[in-house]
Ligand binder design. Structure first.
Ligand code: LLP
Length: 385
């Protein structure tokens, strides 16, 4: 929750900007850490969710590793002090340059997404006199019941290797001398709020890992990826993701064999609720049928509503008066630059400060300069104290 004192401090800051509630981030990390420690699980923070320096420093200080999806993310993780032994690297299109850089960095595991990629990693590692540790990202053909753009575990999705190719994978593993096989990786989608999806994933993992064990290929690691959703509807009332329920369900449903390690790649659930996009009302345009509240923050600052029709809660921080119905829009020349239609919000006027909540994940990191707009800066609660 944004306090009165913080709103006062916002008065002298140029909008729009990202405001990070670092206390909430730490509280979320403490809850997360307590759960993974309870079950002896390992976690790699998905840098793609938010690569802001202070956010990733804080996350690293809790002992998490990093989950990367590009050579530059691997570089960033190393530069930020993540232990290379805790860095995993996924992605369907790793370039030779990226693979070599990750080999040089000595990362923990490449999560391989296709048969040809395994061969290329082996060849590049051989050329460098190295051995690459790899896991196979499996496409388990599971419906994550989330937006189609952030569903990744269905057979029509580009991600992962399908079970029908396991025989070919096994053949490669036995002949690729510069590869060390660690285990299986999964990530079936993001903003998953129906927990039974994860129970289904656990059951699929058991079926799939059996194939390897029956073929005498040991599975040392099981990586379940990320995907746990947050409450976009009620970010103030429900600010911390339901880690306890999630891990309890995983623990009850996942078959873990002696000596196996279990890994996760949380992104949104760690950082989503600690970030808010703070904006000012530029104009209130009263039409015959509706009222528009026109903000100075646009889709270039936070693209989720325009790209995924994502819902973000909107609050008038300046006034708590009577609520009226508004279409809240941004200044960018696109009709999809809309924060929400028919939203009930305390009556607003030019200059009022608005918060667009739950903007910590896939917000600042996906910002762009479309319309030649400036990139929104970050402000941290720790600096306002
Ligand atoms: N691991 C892998 C391999 C991933 O691809 C992702 C996210 C994660 C972990 C972290 O997932 P999370 O815990 O954050 O759900 N831009 C979209 C989300 C894209 C997610 C991409 N992959 C959005 O704004 O909703």
């Amino acid at each position: 929750m944004i306090t009165k004192q913080q709103v006062e401090a916002f008065g002298s800051i140029e909008t729009p900007f990202y405001f990070y509630d670092m206390d909430l981030l730490r509280q979320t990390l403490e809850c997360y850490k307590a759960q993974i420690d309870k079950y002896g699980y390992n976690a790699h923070y998905a840098l793609k969710a938010n690569a802001n320096d202070r956010i990733i420093d804080t996350i690293r200080s809790y002992g998490l590793g990093a989950d990367c999806v590009s050579g530059n993310e691997v570089k960033l993780a190393v530069r930020s002090g993540f232990d290379p032994q805790k860095i995993v690297y996924a992605g369907v299109g790793k370039s030779d340059k990226e693979i070599k850089a990750a080999l040089r960095a000595g990362i923990f595991s490449f999560n391989c997404e296709s048969v040809p990629e395994i061969k290329i990693i082996n060849d590049l590692a051989a050329g460098m006199g190295k051995r690459a540790r790899i896991s196979i990202r499996v496409n388990p053909d599971i419906d994550a019941h989330t937006h189609k753009y952030i569903s990744t575990g269905l057979k029509e999705n580009k991600f992962g290797i399908s079970p029908w190719a396991f025989q070919e994978v096994a053949g490669l593993l036995s002949c690729c001398k510069n590869i060390e096989f660690l285990g299986l990786h999964f990530h079936v989608g993001s903003q998953i709020t129906e927990l039974p999806v994860f129970a289904l994933l656990c059951r699929r993992i058991e079926e799939l890992q059996r194939w390897f064990i029956e073929h005498e290929i040991p599975i040392r690691n099981l990586n379940l990826g990320g995907g746990l959703g947050i409450n976009y509807q009620d970010p103030i009332g429900d600010p911390v993701a339901h880690f306890e329920d999630y891990f309890k369900l995983i623990h009850q449903n996942l078959v873990v064999r002696p000596g196996q390690n279990v890994h996760f790649e949380p992104g949104r659930a760690l950082v989503g609720q600690c970030g808010h996009l703070i904006s000012r009302v530029l104009y209130v345009k009263v039409g015959r049928e509706k009222k528009f509240a026109i903000l100075d923050a646009g889709m270039n600052d936070l693209i989720r509503p325009a790209l995924y029709q994502a819902y973000h809660d909107i609050e008038n921080l300046t006034s708590t008066g009577r609520k009226l119905r508004y279409d809240v829009v941004g200044p960018v020349c696109e009709s999809s630059d809309c924060w929400g239609t028919r939203r009930m919000i305390s009556a607003c006027k030019r200059g009022d400060l608005f918060a667009i909540h739950s903007a910590g994940a896939y917000g600042q990191v996906m910002a762009m300069k479309y319309n030649q707009r400036d990139l929104a800066k970050a402000v941290y609660s720790d600096d306002l104290k």
